[in-house]
Each structure stands twice: as C-alpha cells, then as structure tokens.
Design a protein around this ligand. Structure first.
Ligand code: AMP
Length: 545
C-alpha cells in the first residue's frame, strides 16, 4: 500500500474532550502528549506543516530493540512520535499486566537523547474510557501460537493499534520482527481495513549472547537469564541444519526441541516452522520460512524467531524473503536444498543487469527516442537528473506523456523550480540509467558496474554538462560507489551528508568526460521517501545555469 493520508475513521471511537489540555513539553524538544485531544491537535499541526510522521508503538520500559525502531524512523521521517502504552486489553486474566515494567521517566530521557519529537503516553482510561465497547477481531492469523496461549491477546493488540493509527495518522509505523505474528496480524489489519499507513519492520536486536531484548527480561534472575539463552540456541540449531542441507521440518523440529530439553529451567510452550504469510506449518523449509518459539523460564514467558535464508544473508534480506518483496540473490548465494528456483528464474529474466526483474524500458529507449524529440540542441543542456529506477509501467516513464505529468514529475519540477515540461527541457534532462536500487550485498557486482558504465556513456551526450542531481539515497550510494569509484568506507552516510540543509554539493571530475569539473548535487528523492529537500531553484541560480 502506498503512503498517503488516511481517510475518515471507519470505526467511531469515543473521543477525548475537545479543546482539552495543552501538550506539556517532556523536555526542551520532546513533547509529552497524554490525551486524545492533544495528540489529535499535534498530528493536525504536523500535517498542516507538510511534515511526514512516523509512529513507533511501544509498551515502554524501552531497550535497544525499541530504540532501533526509533533510529530507523528518524532516518525516514521528518517527525517521530513514540507511543508508550501498557495496553490492558492485550493481557489476559492472570497475565503480568500489573507487574509489567514501567518507567516513563527513564523512557523519556532515552527518547530525548534520540531527539524524538513527541511521546504519546496516555492512561488506560484515556484510551478505553467508560462505555468503550468496539473491538477489532483479527482472523485466523490470530488463532495459533501467541493467540492459542494468550486468549484475546491479538484482539487487544489490533484494537489499540488501530486506535493509535487513527489518532496519530502516521505515514509510517514501525514494528519489530521480534513479534512476528503480531506484525502479520497488523499487516492484515492495514490491508483489510485499507489504512493509509505503511509498515516498516525492523530486525531483532539481541544481547551479545543471543538473548532477544525484551522488556520482560528485567524479570529474569541471573540463573533464568542464562537459561533463556536456550531460545536462540534452539533457533540457531535449526539454522545450522538448514544451511547443511536439511529441509525436512519434522527432523529440524525434533533436533531443535532436543536443544530446549537440555535446559531444565525452560519449559517449551510452542516451536514451529511456518510459512511467513499464513503462519501455517510447512513440511519442507524454503527461504523465507520462519521458526517461531515460545518458552517459559520460571514465571517469565519469552518468544523469539528466526527466518531461514542463505548463509550470510543480512537481517534485512531475511525480512525481505519473509515478506516476499522482491528479494535479490546472487546465484552463488543459493543454499543447498532451499528452493530459490523461482527467484533464480526472475533474475535470469532481467535483460540488462540481472538485479531488477521489472525493468521494462531499457535506458537506450531514452537515448534513441526522447533525446531526438525533446532536445534539438544538446549543447544547451546543463543539468542531468539521475532518478532511481526504471518505471515498472512504461506509461509512467518521464518522457512518455509530458502533457500528463505523473506525481514524480510534478514533485521533480517543484524540486528543480520549473513550472512545465517546456521549461524543464531548456536546461534539464532526466535519466534513470543508474537504476539499480538494491542495496543487498548479494546483488552481482557486474549489475552495478553495468549501470554505471551505461550512465557514463549517456552523459557523453551533453557536451556542456555542468551539474548532476542525484535523487535519493539509493542512487547516491550507487553513484558514489560505481561512478565515482569510492569504497564503502569512504562514503559518508546519506543522512549525515544532507543534514545541514537538506541537500549537499560536491565537485568532481569524471575522467571520461571532456567537460570541466561537474557539480554533483545530492538530495532526497522527491517522491519515494518521506523527507524532502528544499527547492534547488536558488541553488541553480547561484550556480548560474
Ligand atoms: P513492546 O514494547 O514489547 O510492545 O514492543 C514495541 C515494539 O518494539 C514492537 O514492535 C516490538 O516487536 C519491538 N521490539 C521488541 N523487542 C525488540 C527487539 N529485541 N528487537 C527489535 N524490536 C523489538
């Protein structure tokens, strides 16, 4: 689903008193919001200022796992809100609601140190006022595992998450892989109820010995903490066996269970290997399948999981595999026994670079057709804009229908300070030759080298080229690495580079071009990200293009 603004709420929930209290500053820069009316006023304000909003829902007692979500949100959105709410509706009778760790003061300090913009920390009464009786009932995904062990848990989760989404109306919401079943239920919630929020899922953060961070770990005495390491050991046993070629789920589960049995303090609740989408147990393990485990250590119940994939795969790639977005694998990285055939075929079907399977317009089409049509005098062109990837649908190609600019085009015009295609082509051309946007280590080097070579050739068309505008982080990384030939350690993080003014400039000389030094302007992608660069119009004026 694409980001945008949510439509009207589809479920009527009781509202806070209109015109209620004003938000209190939690710190110099971090607002503490506690009421429905405060958060509504706040999010209205954020939207009115055209800023993107990230929501990180938590139950507090924050640890590095939570903070990893916050850091990711800070990178991707203008404004970050963290909600802290120990949700009574997701605890069953006899569960640990009363003794769940709470420490708002310490949490506030931590979030302040990360420059979070606001904290939403309502009381249970604020969220569930007297008379509250509307609930979200998730479907089959909520039945097994956590749902079976904790009756009503996911109804409580889904209800509060929907309420938080309605209150904050975030562009992006951040959740951890740690609660994998929860993620899939929220994903369904978003899709089924057409919520205009995009979910970002972040990998599990662990202690050095492997224990997944959890607020409940504070209840573990040293002995229990040691026993709790058995969860990760059990998952790693499965992974080792899969990498050695064992794909029979029964055999794997038997071996993994044996590991749990070695720990007398641990009592297994469930252990399963499932298809990530439907959470149905599998017979043969394929890439992207996931092992889920829950164990009781004394009075503390802990969960953990592991996504199976090729050896050495990054946590992000594993998440991609599980969420079936287009994963890209080097053929050499296939694991014996794992069924990556479909993937391999997709890669083979890519004509140009073996990295992106959906390229419909080779860059040559741009050169051959549109340069001739739109640029009678190539000497006049001063700036080339490098886009990120080829459009999947050729109708959206930049030059295809200049009379009907797509949203990317409108936003690009705004960024460059031109009003029409006519004005645009006086000085600018756009190319998506450097289109490989896959950051995985598994993308074949030759694919990226191909893109860079193609771009260099393309630039030769413009004898008086003065500047190149590079849109977005992915294009920035490719440009630095494959056009400028910089090594990963020499490339400044994109965010850091752009921080002072929302764009950055450097002068380089490209040996193969006759033109003098080129100014490279890096900025946010005008459409695909959630941060925006200011208009570059005055920059171009000062550079006297
Ligand atoms: P909680 O406060 O337990 O409700 O967690 C809030 C969010 O943080 C959820 O989306 C969790 O999945 C995520 N989270 C919890 N523990 C971790 C961890 N160890 N690593 C990454 N994310 C986590």
């Amino acid at each position: 689903m694409l980001a945008g603004r949510p439509g009207p709420a589809f479920v009527a929930f009781p509202d806070g008193a209109p015109g209620g209290r004003r938000a209190q500053p939690a710190t110099m820069n971090t607002l503490l919001l506690t009421s429905v009316s405060e958060i509504q006023a706040y999010t209205r304000d954020v939207r009115a200022n055209g800023r993107s909003l990230a929501l990180v829902p938590t139950m507090g007692a924050l640890h590095e796992g939570h903070l990893s979500l916050v850091r990711r949100a800070k990178q991707q959105c203008d404004t970050v809100m963290v909600s802290i709410f120990v949700n009574p509706a997701q605890f069953g009778p006899g569960e640990d609601f009363d003794r769940y760790p709470r420490n708002l003061e310490k949490d506030t300090q931590l979030l302040r140190s990360l420059n979070v913009d606001s904290i939403f920390a309502p009381s249970p009464k604020e969220i569930f006022p007297p008379g509250f009786e509307t609930h979200v009932v998730p479907g089959k995904l909520a039945e097994p595992f956590e749902g079976a062990s904790r009756a009503g848990h996911f109804q409580g989760v889904a209800t509060v998450v929907l309420k938080l989404f309605n209150l904050a109306q975030p562009d992006l919401a951040y959740f951890g892989q740690k609660d994998f079943q929860q993620v899939q239920i929220i994903r369904r919630l978003v899709e089924d109820l057409s919520l205009a929020v995009r979910l970002v899922i972040c990998p599990i953060v662990r202690e050095p010995e492997g224990l997944a961070l959890s607020s409940r770990n504070t209840h573990l005495c040293p002995e229990a903490r040691h026993a709790a390491l058995v969860l990760h050991r059990c998952l790693l046993r499965g992974e080792t066996l899969v990498h050695a070629g064992e794909v029979d789920a029964k055999t794997l589960l038997k071996e993994m269970r044996k590991v749990v049995e070695t720990e007398p303090l641990a009592k297994l609740d469930y252990l399963a290997i499932v298809n990530p989408e439907h959470l149905a147990p599998v017979e043969r393990v394929t890439a992207g399948n996931i092992a889920l485990v829950a164990v009781r250590v004394g009075t503390v119940r802990l969960i953990d999981n592991l996504i199976f994939g090729p050896p050495g795969a990054s946590p992000e790639l594993l998440l991609q595999l599980a969420f079936t977005s287009q994963p890209v694998l080097d053929l050499g990285a296939r694991i014996p026994g794992l069924e990556t055939e479909a993937l391999r075929r997709r890669i083979e079907s890519c004509r140009d670079c073996a990295a992106i399977p959906s390229v419909l317009i080779p860059p040559r089409a741009f050169l051959a057709k549109y340069l001739k049509r739109d640029y009678p005098d190539l000497n006049r062109l001063r700036v080339v804009v490098i886009g990120r990837d080829a459009p999947i649908n050729s109708d959206h190609y930049f030059y295809q229908h200049p009379e009907k600019p797509a949203s990317f085009v409108t936003e690009l015009y705004k960024l460059l300070g031109v009003g029409s295609f006519q004005e645009f082509k006086e000085a600018f051309a756009v190319t998506d030759a450097l289109r490989c946007h896959v950051l995985s280590d598994h993308v074949p080097e030759k694919a990226l080298a191909y893109c860079a070579r193609h771009l260099r050739e393309e630039l030769k068309n413009f004898p008086n080229l003065q500047s190149i505008v590079v849109l977005g982080q992915d294009a920035y990384l490719q440009f630095q690495r494959y056009v400028l030939g910089r090594r990963p350690g020499e490339i400044k993080p994109f965010e850091e580079l752009l921080k002072p003014q929302g764009w950055a400039l450097e002068e380089v000389r490209l040996p193969h071009l006759k033109a003098g030094p080129l100014r490279i302007i890096y900025c946010y992608h005008p459409l695909t990200g959630y941060k925006h660069s200011p208009s570059l119009a005055s920059l171009f004026q000062s550079l006297s293009h």
